[in-house]
Design a protein around this ligand. Sequence first.
Ligand SMILES: [Zn+2]
Length: 194
Amino acid sequence: MYPENEIFRDGLDDLAGHYKEILTLLGEDPSREGLEKTPMRVAKAMQVLTRGYEMDAHQVLRDALFKEDYSQMVIVKDIDFFSLCEHHMLPFYGKVHVAYIPNGYITGLSKIARVVDIFSHRLQVQERMTLQIKECIQETLKPLGVMVVVEARHMCMQMRGVEKQNSITTTSDFCGAFNQAKTREEFMNLIHNR
Ligand SMILES: [Zn+2]
């Protein structure tokens, strides 16, 4: 689940020690064969899933600004993401769609996906993640407008039966030119026109 060359952060052994304790508290025997390596595996997995804390999303965009006169809407849709809800530390995952209207600068499309990756690899709530992605683009590219739409399934709701299976939570945030309903509509139509 993590790249071979992943570099793990300080505290990995402590983290594994705590997970061993957690297994006991859950009623398991952490010394049985199948669980022997589990605490370290979980510790590594959790470090990977929260690696976004050590990454600077603003810097990613600042390093990849290109001067360009293009001033039509730029859309990056269907960016897959996986995150952990900060209330239950269970996954929520889905798609992020981003639109912005350049004001002299554009960025690489893969960099937008990278920003999504960084903010999603932290403990999150969907609303804040949506806002953070929008602000990061707004503050670095300084476009005429940005809009971010996130569609996600929350395991904390689905697994506990709080919500119907397959329900999708949609959040959006926008600024600038997207304050106009017509501009938002144009984006929403382009997202859902699959
Ligand atoms: Zn939750």
